[in-house]
Ligand binder design. Structure first.
Ligand code: ASP
Length: 434
């Protein structure tokens, strides 16, 4: 019998995980699930996370050095960053249009608002203390934060990926400029290490169906506790807001990206989605672009036919700085909160949101929940009360899963565009997802 393809196995794992979670919270198996099932999900995520820093470091160094000369590097680099910015601004603007049309925040009754504010006051103060730290820093602090004082310090924290990227770019550029006979052994070392890391990813992915089962089972019981009904009610109340976010994300995924990858990337609709499906499902289960990166790269190279030269440069960069889903979510969430508080946001303030949400999504780490922390900055700039985050925390994990899926799809779309315009695509004969 033919073995079921990995992406189907993952899908089955996810479905069973959700079903188990619901069953467990209905039949008093919450503690059992948290003690004996969820840890395997954590192990799976850790396995993916442990690969993230070495992968970004090694693939960017090999990516940059394979571009072989500085002028080529700066052309591809500026093209990549330009398209990334374009898609992000597009996403924020789309979010603003939708939230202004549907006005989900106005659906709350005043009593409900008060209730939410009290219920979540504690959790919010935690998030806003993060924001206070950000607020106290000078205007150039984000720039300072990109340059690590110690590379090993930077590599100890997946949230400092921008610093690792900075080091890798500098290293790669220096590597291009030294004499070829001296550069060769260094290149060989990194090429070999790259292959080892990708093989490790293969091994880890074999456990993915079990990993996502455990992750989703844990998530569902954590959310629902011993009372599945309470989760459902909360979701219903915030459903309208979620629908607007999800609608925006769907427009990005099903209309905006296809326009880009079919016209510029010259890839067929179905082929594209079949190719990156495994990465999308992993993004959905892990809520982390960084953890999904190895699989995004594999799908892009193997199934979309993007040459490694491009994918190893564009995708690690994109996982960290290109988060269209996150930026769309931030714009909808910010205006939603303002609406709930009865605030009117004029055009200038909304344009300000375009800018801060773009920057906040670039600055957000590619890990679960980063988007909501950075949302605080968007709110502060626009003068919207940060306590309002309380309103949207409950369904945030679910939206995080959706926006991360969009984030990595956007990265793959841009990689295809850059690769096509650079003549760096190879024909794909068979789409393999294992
Ligand atoms: N979880 C998202 C990502 O890794 C970031 C966020 O929006 O929280 O892409």
């Amino acid at each position: 019998m033919r073995k079921l393809a990995l992406h189907w196995q993952i899908l089955i794992g996810m479905t069973l995980g959700v079903l188990w979670g619901m069953f467990a919270s209905g039949f008093g198996l919450v503690t059992f699930t948290l003690d004996w099932i969820q840890p395997f999900g954590t192990i799976f995520i850790n396995l993916l996370k442990v690969i993230a820093v070495p992968l970004v470091l090694v693939s960017l160094i090999t990516g940059v050095s394979s571009l072989s000369d500085i002028s080529r590097l700066s052309r591809i680099g500026s093209k990549t960053i330009g398209i990334y910015l374009f898609t992000t601004v597009l996403a924020v603007s789309l979010g603003l249009v939708l939230v202004n049309i549907f006005e989900p925040g106005k659906a709350f009754s005043p009593e409900k608002r008060e209730e939410f504010r009290e219920q979540f006051a504690n959790t919010t103060s935690e998030k806003s203390s993060d924001a206070e730290t950000v607020k106290e820093q000078g205007p150039l602090q984000p720039l300072v934060d990109i340059v690590p004082g110690n590379i090993f310090g930077a590599m100890t924290d997946n949230g400092k990926m921008l610093q690792v990227i900075f080091f890798a770019l500098l290293f790669g550029i220096a590597l291009i400029t030294i004499p070829p006979d001296k550069a060769q052994p260094v290149n060989d070392f990194f090429e070999g290490t790259n292959m080892v890391i990708l093989r490790m990813v293969d091994f880890i992915m074999k456990t993915a169906p079990y990993g996502v089962f455990a992750l989703l089972a844990g998530l569902v019981v954590e959310f629902a506790g011993n009372d599945p009904g309470s989760a459902a009610e909360l979701l219903l109340v915030l459903g309208y807001y979620c629908i607007v976010v999800v609608l925006g994300l769907a427009i990005l995924i099903f209309i905006v990206y296809p326009l880009l990858f079919t016209t510029v990337g010259k890839i067929k609709y179905k082929q594209f989605y079949k190719a990156i499906f495994p990465a999308q499902m992993l993004a959905f289960s892990t809520s982390s672009s960084a953890a999904t990166l190895p699989v995004t790269m594999e799908c892009a190279e193997r199934n979309l036919g993007i040459n490694r030269e491009i994918s190893s440069f564009v995708l690690p960069l994109g996982a960290t700085i290109n988060m269209d889903g996150t930026s769309l979510y931030q714009s909808v969430a910010a205006v939603f909160i303002a609406q709930a508080y009865g605030m009117h946001l004029d055009l200038m303030t909304q344009l300000g949101i375009v800018m801060t949400a773009t920057l906040a999504s670039i600055g957000a780490a590619a890990v679960p929940g980063a988007g909501v922390v950075m949302l605080v900055i968007v709110l502060q700039q626009a003068g919207i009360p940060i306590e309002g985050i309380a309103l949207i925390l409950a369904p945030d994990r679910l939206l995080d899963m959706c926006r991360t899926t969009v984030n990595i799809t956007g990265d793959a779309t841009v990689a295809a565009m850059v690769a096509r315009t650079e003549g760096q695509m190879h024909p794909v004969t068979e789409i393999r997802v294992e």
